[in-house]
Design a protein around this ligand. Sequence first.
Ligand SMILES: NC(=O)c1ccc[n+]([C@@H]2O[C@H](COP(=O)([O-])OP(=O)(O)OC[C@H]3O[C@@H](n4cnc5c(N)ncnc54)[C@H](O)[C@@H]3O)[C@@H](O)[C@H]2O)c1
Length: 280
Amino acid sequence: MHDLEHKVAVITGAAGGIGRGMAETFAGAGMRVVLSDVEEAALRSTTAELRADGAEVHAVVADVSVADDVSSLAESVLRKYGAVHVLCNNAGVHTGSRPSWQSTLDDWAWILGVNLMGVVHGTRVFLPVMIEQNEDAHIVNTASMAGLLTGGSLYGATKTAVVSLSETVHLELVEGGWKPRISVLCPGLVDTRIYLSGRNRPSRFPDVGPTPSGWSVDEARRAFKEYGVAPRVVGEQVLQAIREERFYVLTHPEYGEHIQHRTRQILAGENPTLLPPPGA
Ligand SMILES: NC(=O)c1ccc[n+]([C@@H]2O[C@H](COP(=O)([O-])OP(=O)(O)OC[C@H]3O[C@@H](n4cnc5c(N)ncnc54)[C@H](O)[C@@H]3O)[C@@H](O)[C@H]2O)c1
C-alpha cells in the first residue's frame, strides 16, 4: 500500500506504548488516525496531545476482548470517515505464572481474550469491510518475538497463535485474489508500560496466579527504558512494512540467531533449550 495520505488507520491499544508510536508515525505521514483503547483517561490525553501536534485523530473507547465493542468501533469509524484502510490489532497484555500450570483460568481468560481474541475480533469485523471497499488496505497484527521463540509461557502461547493466524490470513488473501494485505509485527523489548499490564485487568478476572519472582516494577521500568527501543521507531518500521507490503516485521534482528536455534532444534529432533538473550 503506497498511497497513505488522508487514508484512515485504526489502532487498538493506541493510548500509549507501541500503539501510540504507530499513531504518531501514521499522523506524520498524513493519515487520519482512529485511536482506540480500553484506558479512557490515557486515551483522552493522548488524543489531545496528538491533536495539539496537528494530527487528524478520532478516539473510540473499546475493549478488544469484547466482540460488540469492536463492532461499535467499526461503526464509529465508518460513520466518521466512511472507510478504513489500515487496521493495527495492537492491544495486548502480559501475565502468567511460573510454572505455567499454576496460572489461573482467569489469567488464561484475560490474556487469551485480549491478545488472541482481540485480533480475531478486529479481523472478523474490519477485513470484510476492507474487502468490500476493493481498495488497497492493510492489517498489522502485533505479535511478539515471543511468538517465534521457545518458552514464552501464556504470553508466548497467545503470540504464537497470532503469528499463525496472521500467516493463515495472508495466504487466504493472496490465494483469494483479495486486495488487502497483512503483516505480523514481532518486536523484542520496546520501551512501554507493558510490565504494568495489570492496570487494565478487568474485575471479572479476579483470580491472579502466583506472580513469578523476577523484576520489581522499578527494575522493569529501568530495564525497559535502558534496553527497549522507542515506540516511535517501531511505528516507523511498521509504516515502511505497510508501504512495502512486507509480512514479517522484526524490529530486533539480533534475535535471528535465536530463531535459527529453535528451527535447528525442531529439524534435528532435539529437545528445546534457551539461548541467552542477545547481548547478555
Ligand atoms: N513492549 C514490548 O517490549 C513488547 C514486545 C513485543 C510485543 N509487544 C506487544 O505490543 C503491543 C502493545 O503493547 P505495549 O508494549 O505498547 O504495552 P502498553 O501497555 O504500553 O500498551 C498497550 C495498550 O493496550 C491497551 N489495552 C490493554 N488491554 C486492552 C483491551 N482489552 N482493549 C483495548 N486496549 C487495551 C492499554 O491500555 C495500552 O494503552 C501488545 O500486543 C504487546 O504484547 C510489546
